[in-house]
Design a protein around this ligand. Structure first.
Ligand code: ADP
Length: 892
């Protein structure tokens, strides 16, 4: 490319040099011709001058008086003879040039002229140009003839020659005066002659040098073109693609070797025949005529068609047909280039089959996972449910331990199936969020509910602190947020032997966000990018100002994580070391799932931890703030005794109660409250204290109607009953803040009591397809003093309600059922298809997986409550309590 340009530049320089040389030669020829012409005129003037006698002229004075003299008449005659002899002569005249002796002034006077113009003699001294005057002076001084440059006037272009008249020997001083002949000739051809001379000079050089260069260049280009054509023909010939040239009638003019090999005909057999004869005239016929029409219209055609081989077989080709245009624009021929695509087609077909297979596999995998989710978890839930019932019966310590182990192992299996399902959804980018308005506080407390028993078993306190400015509701997938919290709090409990686990929740300040440096782990990132990109559309598009970023911190006082392991924690299937797996179990999927969920919710997750000193997992979520009124909670100076041992629980409750404007009297033990002024007392009771209190009488200073016991959720029914003499109410730890407020403000004292199980006496319609679950639910309901009617699918439930709705107070509805599933059944009921009573009946949903998105959807469709399997007595009891509360307000 570069050499091509430098060659062009060199050639241009040579052309410019030749042009300049021609121009210079032309200029030189012009000047030479001009000199020659001037010399010719001056020589002619000199020849004329010889014909005059100086003596004759001396006698003339240059006035009118001379006209009478015979000499004058002779002179004029002679001048006229010269004049008429040549038509190019305009005038011949004789002048006297003199210089005054004093003052140096010069004077030119006409003595005689070949023409008279009125009184004045023409072309005499009177109209000399400046250049004439200077040549005249020179002739006077040197005595040599001369000529001046041409001049123009109204009649045309003229030139003057000057020649001295030889003086006589009369002794006159030729230095002061001299007679001269002035010849004035037509100079019209003068310019043309000069131009001609200049052009001839230039042309000569241009021809001499330019012609060989031009010829050399033309020859070279021809040579190069020949090379290109030879290479192209060679390439066309060697090409594996078939190439042919067709005339305007679609007759083959040229066919390359590739085409001959492809089609099996020799070149001779093809040339001159129509292209159509070699095409498969089947279904593609219309297609081919469209091809010909397109190229004849001057456009390129690209596509596929079928060719016919010599042996009669057909094969698919893919190619381009292009019209070739002459310089004038008309089409001269067509070039077709195409390839046999039999193999490509076969590969495409194979790929399509492979893709279909893969998609079928993917569907099968999805189906398998869904089945696993349901079919595997259902029996597992049955095991957990029945082992829980078993634990409520009298057992030997050994039996109790075995049953507890069975329950724990089964719970771990349920967790594992859930994690695998989630992980596969994330991996395939199918995990979608389902944002709805929800209270972030409730998410934390819901997560605590699920883990409270586990924490209580290990005697670990779980606490939470929520900053006042946290919005009352945000639009987020509450289920997924809860899942992250359950994972982190679950890990915190798992890896902590003593102390506490605390969740704090605050609105993120900007610097906090900048600091959030998620552990950069390429594997986790890659997984995440995929999930995020696929699900980006799920995130609600909300202007920034209505969004808030919340920071959740899950702190524990457990075994901690060495810093060198922090980076890999969020990678799937990674655990700190093998001993962790052996000792604590787990798959290493939890944190990878958390990280993906958090990032889907527009946040980040990071860890701070030191071996032996506990860990803090902090994550942010970004969500639109929902328009919800934050409840105003004020206890207006209520004096509260807080008998809780020094530590995190006392801090949490003290802070909370003060934020409600209560006056708090803190004490390490209830005895310290004696003699103090308080209206209600909150007393921390653990299992050891409960056992001690069970055998003690209540102190008169601590009347039970003013005392509320804060008990571990796992406290047995026997102990709860025994505590009744000491406390009017028992509130489970971890304490739900809203519920505690209701208890203290007297709004819902009953709702908070977690005292011995209530016998509700409700009549419940249970809709559940799984027999084990049906039995489990009926047992649990029995324990709670309810009467259950069991049906195994949605249709039967509708039938039952249609006929006997008045027999039931509420419905427990499994969402996952064959045929008519839970949501469809719900829709039928709410649409009034089973009568007016059923239409407004309280319906509690049951599902195998808390993370399924049906919850929010179900609530929107008219569910009243929601329970997750495995169903525990406590969960159902709480749900029934919620129903009773609602029922009493409805019937009030
Ligand atoms: P799993 O707990 O199922 O093994 P995770 O992804 O939740 O999987 O956790 C991965 C590993 O991170 C755990 O095995 C453990 O080694 C470590 N880890 C997580 N949370 C904590 C914690 N709070 N304290 C100490 N180690 C932790």
């Amino acid at each position: 490319m570069l050499s091509y340009h430098s060659r062009k530049l060199k050639i241009a320089i040579v052309w410019v040099a030749i042009a300049l040389a021609g121009g210079a030669t032309g200029g030189w020829a012009w000047q030479a011709r001009e000199r020659d012409l001037l010399e010719r005129i001056s020589r002619r003037a000199a020849r004329m001058a010889v014909a005059f006698d100086g003596a004759d002229l001396h006698r003339l004075s240059g006035t009118r008086a001379d006209h009478d003299s015979p000499a004058y008449a002779r002179l004029v005659r002679r001048l006229r003879q010269f004049h008429v002899a040549d038509p190019n002569v305009r005038a011949v005249s004789l002048v006297r040039y003199s210089t005054a002796a004093s003052g140096g002034g010069e004077r030119v006077s006409t003595l005689a002229a070949s023409r008279h113009d009125g009184d004045a003699t023409t072309s005499g001294a009177k109209d000399l140009t400046k250049r004439d005057a200077s040549v005249l002076r020179e002739t006077f001084e040197t005595g040599q003839p001369g000529a001046a440059q041409p001049f123009s006037d109204a009649q045309g272009q003229w030139i003057r020659g000057f020649a001295p008249i030889e003086p006589t020997t009369s002794g006159r001083d030729v230095k002061s005066a001299r007679e001269l002949l002035v010849l004035e000739m037509d100079a019209r051809r003068w310019q043309r002659e000069l131009l001609l001379a200049g052009f001839q000079g230039a042309f000569f050089v241009w021809t001499l040098l330019g012609l060989p260069l031009g010829v050399w260049l033309a020859l070279r280009r021809q040579h190069e073109q020949r090379d290109v054509i030879r290479n192209l023909s060679e390439a066309m010939e060697q090409s594996h693609s078939a190439i042919m040239i067709l005339d305007l009638e679609s007759r083959i003019e040229f066919a390359n070797r590739g085409l001959c090999q492809q089609i099996g005909f020799s070149r001779r057999e093809m040339i001159g025949r129509r292209w159509k004869e070699f095409q498969f005239a089947g279904a593609a016929d219309g297609h081919v005529s469209d091809l010909i029409a397109t190229v004849k219209a001057g456009q390129t055609w690209e596509g596929e068609w079928f060719n016919k081989r010599k042996d009669g077989t057909t094969y698919p080709v893919r190619g381009v047909v292009t019209p070739v245009r002459l310089p004038g624009g008309s089409i001269s021929c067509f070039v077709a280039v195409f390839d046999d695509v039999t193999d490509t087609k076969r590969r495409e077909e194979e790929l399509r089959e492979a893709r279909d297979l893969a998609m079928a596999g993917d569907r099968a995998k999805g189906q398998f996972l869904a089945t696993m989710s349901h079919e595997v978890r259902t029996p597992l839930n049955g095991i957990v449910g029945f082992t829980s019932l078993l634990l409520d019966t009298p057992l030997t310590p050994e039996q109790r331990e075995y049953v507890q182990t069975i329950r724990m192992s089964t719970e771990a299996l349920i967790q594992l199936t859930g994690d695998i399902l989630d992980f596969s959804r994330i991996e395939s980018g199918k995990l979608k969020l389902d944002p709805m308005a929800c209270d972030p506080r409730e998410c934390v407390e819901d997560a605590f509910d699920l883990l409270a028993a586990r924490a209580a078993d290990k005697h670990i306190e779980i606490l939470h602190r929520v900053a006042d400015d946290v919005p009352a509701a945000i639009v987020i997938d509450g289920g997924r947020l809860r899942q992250v919290l359950v994972n982190l709090v679950g890990n915190a409990i798992k890896f902590t032997e003593r102390g506490e686990v605390e969740v704090s929740l605050a609105v993120a300040s900007e610097p906090e966000l900048e600091h959030a440096n998620p552990t950069a782990d390429p594997a986790a990132l890659a997984l995440n990018d995929h999930a995020v990109s696929v699900n980006a559309d799920v995130r609600p598009a909300v202007p920034d100002e209505t969004c808030c970023t919340l920071v959740f911190r899950v702190r524990d006082t457990g075994i901690g994580i060495p810093p060198e392991h922090h980076a890999k924690l969020f990678r799937p299937f990674t655990q700190v070391d093998e001993s962790t797996t052996r000792r604590y179990g787990g798959t290493g999927l939890g944190l990878a799932i958390c990280r993906n969920l958090v990032e889907l919710m527009g946040g980040e997750i990071r860890v701070e931890s030191q071996t032996g000193r506990g860990s803090t997992f902090a994550f942010t979520v970004r969500a639109p703030v929902a328009a919800a009124q934050a409840p105003v909670r004020k206890l207006a100076g209520l004096r509260l005794g807080l008998a809780v041992g020094p530590g995190a629980l006392r801090r949490e409750l003290g802070q909370l109660l003060r934020s409600w404007d209560a006056r708090v009297i803190e004490a390490d033990a209830p005895e310290q409250l004696i003699n103090q002024e308080w209206e209600l007392a909150l007393v921390e009771v653990d299992e050891v204290i409960a056992r001690a209190l069970a055998v003690q009488d209540p102190l008169p200073e601590l009347p039970p109607e003013k005392s509320i016991g804060l008990v571990p959720v796992s406290l047995s029914n026997e102990l709860r009953t025994a505590l009744r003499k000491h406390f009017g109410l028992l509130v489970n730890r971890p304490v739900r803040h809203a519920m505690l407020f209701d208890v203290l403000s007297g709004a819902q004292p009953q709702a908070a009591v977690m005292a011995p199980r209530t016998l509700f006496g409700f009549r419940v319609l249970v809709v559940e397809d799984n027999a084990v679950n049906r039995r489990l639910i009926s047992r649990v309901l029995e324990k709670l003093g309810c009467v259950a009617t069991l049906v195994e699918d949605g249709r039967k439930a509708l039938e039952e309600l249609r006929q006997r709705a008045e027999r039931y107070d509420l419905v427990l509805l499994d969402l996952h059922m064959p045929e008519l599933d839970g949501l469809a059944t719900l829709r039928e009921i709410r649409a009034g298809n089973t009568g007016a009573r059923a239409q407004t009946m309280w319906i509690i949903a049951l599902t195998a997986d808390a993370r399924e998105q049906q919850r929010t959807r179900g609530m929107a469709e008219g569910l009243n409550d929601y329970l997750t399997k495995p169903l525990s007595v406590t969960d159902l009891e709480t749900a029934l309590r919620r129903f009773r509360q609602e029922w009493s307000t409805r019937t009030r």
